[in-house]
Design a protein around this ligand. Structure first.
Ligand SMILES: Nc1ncnc2c1ncn2[C@@H]1O[C@H](COP(=O)(O)OP(=O)(O)OP(=O)(O)O)[C@@H](O)[C@H]1O
Ligand SMILES: [Mg+2]
Length: 328
């Protein structure tokens, strides 16, 4: 049977922000690959500046990556342009950004209705559907206000309603619950869960929240523009070493998360001590050299009993007094 086409697939994505400033160019994505299956929920975790927002924008076709390819529901986004790109995105994907999601001149309700109107849904039906979603998010009282008259969390809920209203195949969300209190955040996740379980909507969600991690089928750890590891259902945000699998890509690249690299002995040269399918043992060249150096320093230079100065060829017993040569 042919493998099902993933809803999202990215191949060796690179993104460079060009800058004339002193710091020069910033490489935000470094050969990153990812696949999200139809109806799958995947979380992306990683420190500030690791490339999470850059990744979401590239995956959703809002930004052209410097190199690499993105397939959204089977179509190569990097080959689509203009109206075709807009249409393919509209049919497939919704976004929830960290900020700037809403059209400033439209009320909350009109913002939520807008994607349905674009898809040709009549005004009365679009309004009824928008109000139903806004109700779920506790936003009906404030839905006639303009975005600038709403709090950050309220704006976020309008943006979430707007993203969910079309029941897209994929939702790309950047910290969607970041600005919300725990209660509102739980109702947002409940809505996500319903769409995920009942409508088979796929999610790729950037998050620092344990609850979003629990909602997701798996979590990917992003460091310096590359996925370095994957966690199964749920993720221990305080202790990423738990339940972590390292990723090796098609090119054979593996990047160690910083905590593992530190424990391993840091950057340097490693020899392969043993290798069998599914198992590899690395040995640090530096550690071997230190051990070797340690061995050569083991013996004292002068006999502690008579002061004889050991020469290179001397045995480990003093040729003058017969004392054994101690270690340092
Ligand atoms: N427009 C830009 N011009 C130049 N550099 C940029 C631009 N946008 C982002 N960067 C740089 O690219 C890198 C990745 O940024 P990105 O916004 O993707 O990080 P992030 O993981 O989303 O961080 P955060 O958790 O703080 O939102 C950072 O080093 C950032 O400074
Ligand atoms: Mg970001």
């Amino acid at each position: 049977m042919a493998e099902e086409v993933p809803i999202l697939e990215a191949d060796s994505l690179y993104h460079v922000y060009e800058s004339k400033a002193e710091e020069g160019n910033v490489v935000a994505l470094r050969g990153l690959s990812v696949k999200v299956g139809k109806g799958e929920a995947v979380a992306v975790i990683g420190p500030s500046g690791s490339g999470k927002s850059t990744l979401l924008k590239s995956l959703g076709g809002l930004m052209q990556p410097t190199a690499g390819r993105v397939f959204l529901d089977g179509s190569d986004l990097t080959k689509l342009e203009g109206a075709d790109l807009v249409e393919h995105r509209r049919k497939t994907v919704s976004f929830i950004f960290q900020e700037g999601n809403l059209l400033p001149d439209l009320s909350g309700l009109d913002n939520v209705m807008q994607p349905l109107r674009h898809a040709g849904v009549s005004a009365p039906e679009a309004k009824a559907r928008a109000i139903a979603v806004l109700e779920r998010l506790g936003m009906t009282e404030r839905m006639r206000a303009l975005p600038e008259q709403l709090s950050g969390g309220e704006q976020q809920r309008i943006a979430i309603a707007r993203a969910l209203i079309t029941k897209p195949k994929l939702i790309l969300a950047d910290e969607p619950t970041g600005a919300l209190d725990p209660f509102t955040s739980a109702s947002v996740l409940e809505l996500f869960r319903e769409l995920h379980e009942e409508e088979d909507v796929a999610f790729l969600i950037v998050t620092h929240s344990r609850d979003v991690g629990d909602f997701s089928d798996r979590s990917l750890e992003l460091r310096d523009g590359r996925f370095v590891a994957q966690h199964g259902e749920g993720v221990e945000l305080d202790d990423l070493a738990q339940n972590r699998e390292l990723l090796v890509d098609d090119l054979g690249t593996v990047s160690f998360p910083p905590d593992i690299l530190l424990e391993l002995g840091g950057p340097g040269r490693y020899t392969v001590e043993s290798l069998e399918p599914g198992r590899i043992t690395l040995a640090s060249e530096a550690a071997a050299a230190t051990a070797a150096a340690g061995n050569s320093r083991q013996y004292v230079a002068n006999c502690p009993a008579c002061g004889h100065e050991y020469a290179n060829g001397d045995a480990n017993r003093c040729p003058d007094c017969g004392s054994s040569r101690p270690k340092q």
